[in-house]
Design a binder for this molecule. Structure first.
Ligand SMILES: *Cc1c(COP(=O)(O)O)cnc(C)c1O
Length: 422
């Protein structure tokens, strides 16, 4: 059962029709289903219950306060990659001791704020960063809990731009260097408590085999480090579980949990996961309105009010998103359609070569599976304001981010005094 369904010929998200939302909020806008996000969270927790992991929601997938709080109410922690995300999570009500701070380039001021707030753990990605954390912790008179993010050199078999676990990627520390780093930390980094490894090999993984290979390597390294006398009490196993954008088979949670239980069941470690896309991707729609229909000889261009600045995945990752009419039922068009935005770039499309019913100006379309890395990656290119976001919960909906105004972005700018006369 999905939370996004047609009732008669009208598209609903839970108990609310998209038409009804569009009656009070101008397109384009994002809307999210609470029920679907909560169900995904519970399904994952249920599948992994043997090891009772902490689930750190990877906030970068969708950092809206209301979305973060939805997971917080379920008991989730958060995985953050900037001080901005850290402040958001605190504002949304996630306690600092349930926040993991990851990312390859944390600044000293970010490290300082994270330590002062008392985050659960900083995942470090390089030796110079570990030294910087030690120095900042020393200056604050604190001990920093650190996880070493290792790069297991495993091909996640996903899109090149979201593969992170190969040795040519910028992420993590070569696995074989871990013993040396643990030794060095124990000998000379007095303000570091290093008892954890972390791993994250990429995003939108559909094949579970790379997890098995990477997790085996992490488990072996855990045993090797313990044999050398180091304590390892926590393993952070990353995110990356894929979703079905275009009828691909999404990974089976029970098979995933079998791998996890098999490899980590006897290791006597606290386990954490950092899913992002899996929790929110399918729960979101981008709703957009048809502005014009341009019929060419070979294909039809459906020009809509949403664009690449609102949803960059098709342009950036060749990402596929299903496109469906909000009011269904028309005759199928004979030519394939490109759904394109108003931006002055040939890369400005939301979908290409799709089969769609006949459409008219002002008809609404829903772009599916847009809950992850949609609003989160949007920009104001072409001076298009950031679009609204709506959260649906049963029969209710709430505007959880209003549309930015053009004036707000103009107000950030300044004419220098040498240009003051027209
Ligand atoms: C992006 C990221 C995640 C979440 O990835 P998803 O594919 O959205 O699950 C988890 N951990 C780290 C370190 C990340 O960078």
């Amino acid at each position: 059962m999905s939370s996004i369904n047609y009732v008669n010929e009208e598209l609903f998200i839970e108990g609310v029709s998209i038409e009804a939302i569009a009656g009070s909020i101008e397109t384009p806008f994002y809307c999210y289903s609470t029920a679907l996000m909560v169900r995904r969270y519970r399904d994952l927790r249920e599948a992994l219950k043997l090891l009772k992991p902490t689930i750190y929601y990877a906030v970068k997938a969708n950092p809206n306060l209301a979305v973060v709080r939805t997971f917080s109410h379920q008991g989730a922690g958060a995985d953050v990659v900037s001080v901005g995300e850290l402040r958001r999570c605190l504002a949304a009500g996630i306690p600092a001791n349930k926040i993991v701070f990851a990312g390859v380039g944390k600044t000293r001021s970010e490290i300082s704020e994270a330590l002062k707030e008392g985050v659960f753990q900083l995942n470090v990605e390089s030796e110079p960063e570990l030294i910087a954390i030690n120095e900042v912790a020393e200056s604050l008179g604190l001990i920093a809990s650190v996880g070493l993010r290792v790069n297991p050199d495993v091909d996640a078999k996903t899109h090149a731009k979201i593969t992170t676990g190969l040795k040519e990627n910028k992420f993590g520390i070569e696995l074989d260097r871990a013993p040396y780093i643990f030794e060095n930390a124990a000998r000379s980094l007095e303000n570091i408590s290093l008892k954890s490894l972390s791993v994250h090999i990429g995003s939108q993984l559909l094949d579970l085999a790379p997890y098995r290979i990477a997790y085996r390597k992490v488990a072996e390294m855990t045993l090797r480090l313990r044999a050398l006398g180091f304590e390892i009490d926590h393993l952070d196993l990353g995110g990356g579980l894929g979703i079905s954008y275009n009828a691909e088979k999404a990974p089976d949670l029970n098979s995933f949990s079998e791998i996890v239980n098999d490899i980590f069941g006897d290791l006597d470690c606290k386990i954490g996961f950092e899913p992002g896309r899996y929790l929110v991707g399918d729960a979101g729609l981008l709703v957009t309105k048809v502005l014009y229909i341009k019929k060419g000889r070979d294909k039809t261009f459906i020009i809509v009010d949403g664009a690449m600045n609102d949803l960059i995945r098709p342009t950036l990752y060749e990402g596929y998103h299903g496109v469906i009419p909000v009011h269904r039922g028309g005759e199928i068009q004979t030519k394939l359609c490109d759904i394109v935005g108003p931006i002055c770039e040939s890369g400005d499309y939301l979908a290409q070569d799709r089969v769609l019913p006949e459409l008219n100006e002002n008809d609404l379309l829903a772009i599916k599976s847009a809950g992850a890395y949609g609003a989160a990656m949007s920009s104001t290119y072409n001076s298009r304001p950031l679009v609204p976001e709506v959260l649906v919960n049963g029969g209710e909906f709430c505007l959880i981010r209003r549309r930015q105004t053009v004036q707000e972005s103009i107000d950030l700018e300044k004419i220098p005094n040498w240009l003051e006369t027209d």
